[in-house]
Write a protein that binds this ligand. Structure first.
Ligand code: PEP
Ligand code: MN
Length: 410
C-alpha cells in the first residue's frame, strides 16, 4: 500500500460552489499536497470548472506516526556567546541518543543539526539549553542540500576550477569522444575561446541501441591525457555503478545524465566517490526530484554536487526540450548547491544555444555546459545542437557583459 493511501484525512470544513466536475483523484491530490506542504499541513480537494456544482473540502492531513517520524531533521542555532565546548557537548548528547549529529560552523553563528526522530531529540529539551538560541525543523523533503541547513553557497571544485563562487564557469566540448584528433582539435578551440573545463562522453546513453554508444575506456584515456596536456579539468558521464571506479580514475568530475537521475543505486554509489558529481535533471523530473536525487549523493558522503538544468519534456515539439530557466533562481533560494545550465540539450538547436547561454548567465546560473564539435556535420552524436568552434568563440565574446551584469567574472 502506498503512503498516500495510508494517509488519514480528517475533514474540518466544507463549502459548495459552481463549476465542472472533472474528477479528482485521491492519490494525485494527496501527492500534490505532500509536495507543497511536506505532508503536514492543511489542504483542499477542489473539483474542476464546468457545468456541475463542485465540492471544496478542507481537511487536516495527519500522516501515520511511522511516516512522520522517519528521517526528520532539526537545526539548532547556537547563541553568539556559545563556546566550542557547548557545541561539542550538545553534539555528544545528540549522538548518545542514537541520532546523527551535524556540525555546521557559519561565519556569524554555529549551527548544529540532528537527523533522526524528533521525539527522541525532544528528550534533550534543547530549547532550554543556555547556549541554544533557537530550534528549527527543516520541512523540505530534502535536508542536507537545503539552504536552511547551510545558508552559504557551496563551492565545488572541479579540478582547480571552482563552481558556485564568483566565477561563471563555461564547460565545453563534444557530445562524445570520437577520436584523439576530434577531441584534441575541439579542446584547443574551446580552451582558446575561454572555456574552463572540457566535456566529452566516453559512455553514451543513447535512445536507440543502434546509435554510437561511445568509445568506453579508450575514450576515457583520451580525456585523461588531454586533461593533463591541456591543463583543463574534464567531465564525463558514467552510466552504471560498474563504471564509477574507472571514470573516477580518469575524469575530474563524473556526469550523471538525465536518464539516470533517479537510478538510486547509482546515486548511492556516487556518495562514496571522491570526485565531484555533475547531476543533470531528468527530463520528466520535478525540482524536488532533482534535489532529492542530490540528497542521495550528499547523504551517502559526497558533498560535491553540481546541479544541471538541461530541459524537460513538455508538449512542445519545436525544440528538443523545454529549457526551464526558472529552476535556477528557484533552486538558488532553496539549495546551497551550485547549478549550471545545459542550453545544448535544453534546446537541441544550435542557433538557440547562444541566446539561452546569455539568459542562463542573466538569471544567476553558476555556469553552462555547451556542446562544441570541430565539425558538427560529422558528429556521431548531437551534431544539430553542437556549435562550430567559431560560433563558440563569438558566444564567449557576447557572454562577458551578461556575466559582469550578473556580478560575476568569466
Ligand atoms: C550529454 O551530456 O551528452 C547527455 C547525454 O546529456 P543528458 O543526459 O542531459 O541528455
Ligand atoms: Mn549530447
Amino acid at each position: 500500500m502506498s503512503k498516500y493511501q495510508r494517509t488519514r484525512f480528517t475533514p474540518t470544513s466544507m463549502s459548495f460552489g459552481m463549476g465542472t466536475w472533472a474528477g479528482c483523484r485521491y492519490e494525485s491530490t494527496a501527492h500534490a499536497i505532500e509536495k507543497r506542504d511536506g505532508g503536514k499541513d492543511r489542504g483542499g480537494l477542489i473539483g474542476n470548472s464546468g457545468r456541475f456544482s463542485y465540492l471544496a473540502l478542507s481537511f487536516q492531513l495527519s500522516p501515520p506516526a511511522e511516516v512522520a517520524s522517519r528521517s526528520y531533521k532539526m537545526i539548532i542555532v547556537l547563541k553568539p556567546t556559545a563556546t566550542p565546548e557547548d557545541a561539542d557537548q550538545i553534539l555528544r548528547q545528540i549522538e548518545a541518543l542514537g541520532l546523527k549529529p551535524l556540525h555546521l560552523p557559519g561565519t556569524e553563528r554555529v549551527v548544529l543539526g540532528a537527523l533522526g526522530d524528533e521525539r527522541i531529540l525532544g528528550k534533550l529539551h534543547l530549547e532550554a539549553h543556555p547556549a541554544v538560541e533557537s530550534l528549527k525543523p527543516i520541512l523540505a523533503p530534502y535536508k542536507l542540500v537545503s539552504r536552511s541547513m547551510h545558508p552559504h553557497d557551496t563551492v565545488v571544485n572541479i579540478g582547480d576550477v571552482p563552481i558556485g563562487g564568483d566565477r561563471f564557469v563555461v564547460i565545453a566540448g563534444p557530445c562524445a569522444v570520437e577520436s584523439l584528433e576530434q577531441m584534441q582539435d575541439t579542446a584547443i578551440a574551446v580552451k582558446n575561446a575561454g572555456a574552463a573545463c572540457l566535456r566529452g562522453g566516453a559512455y553514451k546513453p543513447r535512445t536507440s541501441p543502434y546509435s554510437f554508444q561511445g568509445l568506453g575506456l579508450a575514450g576515457l584515456k583520451i580525456l585523461r591525457d588531454l586533461s593533463k596536456s591541456m591543463n583543463m579539468p574534464v567531465i564525463t558521464e558514467a552510466v552504471e555503478v560498474g563504471d564509477l571506479e574507472i571514470v573516477e580514475e580518469h575524469a575530474s568530475a563524473i556526469q550523471i545524465g538525465a536518464r539516470n537521475m533517479q537510478n538510486f543505486r547509482l546515486l548511492k554509489s556516487l556518495g562514496k566517490c571522491r570526485k565531484p558529481i555533475l547531476l543533470k535533471r531528468g527530463m520528466a523530473s520535478t525540482i524536488d526530484d532533482l534535489l532529492l536525487a542530490a540528497e542521495y549523493i550528499v547523504s551517502e558522503g559526497n558533498p560535491n554536487v553540481v546541479l544541471c538544468e538541461r530541459g524537460i519534456r513538455t508538449f512542445e515539439t519545436a525544440t528538443r526540450s523545454t529549457l526551464d530557466l526558472s529552476v535556477v533562481p528557484y533552486i538558488k533560494q532553496r539549495s546551497h548547491l551550485p547549478i549550471i545550465v545545459d542550453p545544448s540539450h535544453g534546446t537541441g538547436i544550435r542557433d538557440l544555444v547562444e541566446p539561452m547561454t546569455l539568459a542562463a548567465a542573466a538569471c544567476g546560473a553558476d555556469g553552462v555546459i555547451i556542446e562544441v564539435h570541430r565539425n558538427p556535420a560529422e558528429a556521431l552524436s548531437d551534431g544539430p545542437q553542437s556549435l562550430y568552434p567559431e560560433q563558440f568563440a563569438r558566444l564567449m565574446q557576447k557572454l562577458r557583459p551578461f556575466v559582469e551584469a550578473a556580478g560575476r567574472t568569466l
